[in-house]
Design a protein around this ligand. Sequence first.
Ligand SMILES: Cc1ncc(COP(=O)(O)O)c(C=O)c1O
Length: 366
Amino acid sequence: MIKFNDLKKVNQPFEIEFKKSFNSFLQSGWYIKGKQTSNFEKDFAAYCGTQYCLGVGNGLDALKIIFKGYLALGRLQIGDEILVPANTYIATILAITETGLSPILIEPDSATFNINPALVQQHISPKTKGILAVHLYGQLANMETLQQMAKEHKLLLLEDAAQAHGAMNNSGQKAGNLSNAAGFSFYPSKNLGALGDGGAITTNDDKLYQIIKKIANYGSEKKDVNTLKGINSRLDEIQAAFLSVKLKSLEGDNDKRRAIAAHYLTSIKNPKLLLPKFSGGKDHVFHIFTILTEERDNLKKYLLDNGIESMIHYPTPPHKQQAFQEWNTLNFPITEQIHKQTLSIPLNPILETFEIEKIINTLNRY
Ligand SMILES: Cc1ncc(COP(=O)(O)O)c(C=O)c1O
């Protein structure tokens, strides 16, 4: 069976270094907010090209803390509208609703699956105060156009970069450095994945950085002095240590992902399957390789019968979830079609050549 993502195998190359890191972590006697975290934050900020990085508990918290930060700074007010893609993982939307803001769902561009800037433009109203772009599946959203709109309408522009560690535009700027602030997830299956939960915020906004540091730590910078009503969301020392080990391989792993994707794109030839668009550049890090087909459930079963696991990202769009009952009657035809037709096939740096060939041949025989 070719697993969709064999995390044991993904982490095997790092085993010796992980054990060394664990030993020094254990011996240090310092398990939260120590050197491992500050070193990782420095290295991840340098990797993304930003001035600041703050490690937090997970990707959802990263986005929530950014919003809480801008609320505390007065750049946002409760109830302000944030434009966000309708076809994203539910965490993106929850970050907005959980901080008292109002999400306005926008259809994606059907070729890239990312938020459609023309529709963003149409939905800007006096209530709009921000845009939260998602680099879905690892591909940068059209940030250049969104940056111009944000500037023109004085909106905050934010990135959900949970799936896009290392994605880079033609000017060499990376995900996390293309907006006011970005949230990353280090969930184990991500391109940069921890061995548990983890997340980070990157930003060049000094005021935001100063306030989110406090918000993520009970509203406190100095022990027992609480200047804000904060929360507890910190990146563990041990996860930071593991992430520092893996960060060194991220560029190489992303190159491998792109090479496999390029091979899939030239070799999968089946009129029943619609493949994703890829310019060949570095703006895509292929966290997920998704194909569209009208026979999605049938194809999923066929792959499984042939020893290939696949996944659906995602079976139900946020507006059709019970959690958002108030939106269940809304229609987002492009989003709904993507959710009905999408199927993600295995793509990760540890896939072996014979597995890649088997995936291609099996799909061509379908
Ligand atoms: C697009 C997107 N946003 C946010 C998140 C939330 O990240 P986490 O699971 O670390 O909270 C995820 C991942 O799960 C994601 O894929």
